[in-house]
Design a protein. Structure first.
Length: 335
């Protein structure tokens, strides 16, 4: 009897000691909040892979952030002369597209209501907001599985955030679909905390080489216009009509869908123009489609991709549903 009591006490002591050595989710969250959110600013470089289309796309991401409201995010497609920069300063939110020589201006609170996996402040808020998040540990990392708070929550509901135990900084983020398949991955190459840049560094200016090479850039050929179709297969939604309209100025393709959801997609080739040095006001909010940033309202979304200008309108779809359709557009057989 006495031996059994000794064995029980020893087992209890081992459990208590092991529990004392393990950090709880709350302990780690407190450390992250202090390190990530309370910093006056940061800069980072990352690589992003998007696998939602027929072929994976690779991007280089560069971020500057200075508290409280200054952001500059440049996303460049690897191996292609295609990039976009989103800037938030005191004047508003701007999306700069050097390839097209265009700058759009939004009156928006981006990125407050639209979490971005390459913004470490957004990741901290994602973890904090999900009371049911799960933390596991590997030898070198804390791994948080949380709900996403981005504009694709139904299509991409879950993410896994890997955090270095040594630096307490994120190293990788995997965004998963409802089948737990990896759709977007972000690998952080370098993160520097405590940086601070002046307001002048957050001006929404077109890159100098764009304006200097304006004449040459207007001669650059855009991709041959090809009709894009949604690759989604939603039950109860079918194409009603495909119409091609041609005139002396341009060609347009109008796709009309009906059923449980009704929407219309208009697409036309982009006409390359001179660099527009004056920002064009865009109604709505920036819409991050992963590969490009468009403009979204409650009834429509517009964006430019692969040399094509798109406009999707619907009175029966949510913003998230419109963005899901927009993200799925690809050159393929009609769906």
């Amino acid at each position: 009897m006495r031996n059994r009591l000794y064995v029980g006490l020893i087992l209890l002591l081992v459990l208590l000691l092991s529990a004392c050595g393990a950090e709880s989710k709350e302990d780690v969250l407190k450390k992250l909040s202090t390190k990530w959110v309370e910093t006056k600013g940061y800069e980072l470089d990352a690589k992003m892979k998007i696998s939602t289309g027929s072929e994976p796309r690779l991007y280089e991401v560069s971020v500057w952030h200075t508290k409280p409201e200054f952001y500059r995010v440049k996303v460049s497609q690897t191996g292609e002369d295609v990039s976009q920069t989103i800037v938030r300063n005191k004047e508003g939110v701007f999306v700069i597209t050097p390839t097209l020589g265009k700058t759009y201006k939004f009156q928006s609170d981006w990125p407050e209501k639209n979490s971005q996996a390459y913004l470490i402040g957004s990741l901290a808020q994602d973890i904090k907001a999900d009371k049911d998040s799960v933390m596991t540990e590997t030898k070198n990392s804390y791994v948080f599985e949380t709900k996403t708070r981005n504009s694709h929550q139904k299509m991409l509901p879950t993410q896994k955030i890997h955090i270095s135990k040594k630096s307490l900084l994120p190293t990788k983020v995997f965004i998963l679909n409802d089948q737990k398949e990896e759709q977007i991955s972000i690998t952080f190459d370098k993160i520097t905390l405590g940086t601070s840049r002046s307001a002048a560094d957050y001006k929404a200016d077109m890159p100098e080489d764009t304006t200097k090479n304006e004449t040459a850039s207007t001669d650059t050929e855009l991709p041959v216009f090809q009709t894009h179709y949604p690759s989604l297969q939603w039950e109860g939604i079918n194409m009603v009509e495909e119409k091609v309209i041609k005139d002396d100025k341009q060609e347009r393709v109008i796709l009309t869908y009906g059923g449980n959801k009704e929407f219309t997609i208009i697409q036309s080739p982009i006409v390359k123009k001179d660099v527009d040095l004056v920002p064009v006001f865009a109604a709505g909010d920036p819409a991050d489609l992963g590969f490009v940033i468009g403009a979204i309202t409650d009834q429509s979304i517009t964006w430019e991709q692969d040399g094509v200008q798109f406009f999707l309108a619907s009175d029966s779809m949510s913003r998230e549903e419109m963005m899901t359709v927009a993200s799925s557009m690809t050159v393929s057989e009609s769906k």
